[in-house]
Design a protein around this ligand. Structure first.
Ligand code: FES
Ligand code: FES
Length: 195
């Protein structure tokens, strides 16, 4: 047998079997992609600050990511990105939630409110925002949107909280600047207990 022919046949065989394997893998990927595409609808509607927003959302995408990077609502801050600091606090149906730990797909059919949604239509600050300013709550300001949103939720359920109740309600919102007393004064002012 001609050794060169044998070698050529061998190489052809290797190339053929590789191509077959690759096309099999390609088919598998195509099937997997089309299956996942069919299973998860990516273009969804969510209600944010009273507006219906259409947005392309990956299955594992967090609400914080969608708000900040797709809807340009950067008032929601990302600190720890793992449910520890409260910088990303938003309201979902008037209840505080960490947006970094909430999947965007889970808020369909629900109402999301971010700090941008608290001002009145004429641009006037929400009373909690004004009270925090009056009490010099914001230092660097990074935690402020989360503190504001958590306080708005508190005052909806408890319009005149004690200072201790306010402390507990804001305990999920860390402040690296240590302005806790300022924020608590702000809660007291916003609830009409400080003049
Ligand atoms: S960024 Fe969400 S809790 Fe810290
Ligand atoms: S004001 Fe700076 S982290 Fe709270």
């Amino acid at each position: 047998m001609n050794p060169r022919l044998t070698r050529r046949r061998f190489i052809k065989g290797v190339i053929y079997s590789s191509a077959a394997a690759m096309s099999g893998a390609g088919l598998y990927l195509t099937n997997a992609q089309s299956q996942s595409g069919a299973a998860v609808e990516r273009l969804i509607s969510i209600n944010v600050n009273g507006r219906t927003r259409r947005v392309d959302v990956l299955p594992q995408e967090t609400l914080a990511h969608t708000l900040r990077y797709k809807l340009d609502l950067t008032g929601t801050k990302l600190g720890c990105n793992r449910g520890e600091c409260g910088a990303c606090t938003v309201l979902i149906d008037d209840v505080t939630n960490y947006a970094c730990s909430t999947l965007t797909h889970s808020v369909r059919q629900r109402e999301v409110t971010t700090v941008e949604g608290l001002r009145s239509p004429d641009g006037q600050l929400h009373p909690v925002q004004q009270a925090f300013l009056d009490e010099l709550g914001p230092q660097c300001g990074f935690c402020t949107p989360g503190q504001v949103v958590a306080t708005v939720a508190l005052l909806k359920s408890n319009p005149r909280p004690t200072r201790e109740e306010a402390r507990q309600a804001l305990s999920g919102n860390l402040c690296r600047c240590g302005a806790y007393d300022h924020y608590l004064n702000g809660v007291m002012r916003a609830s009409g207990q400080l003049s």
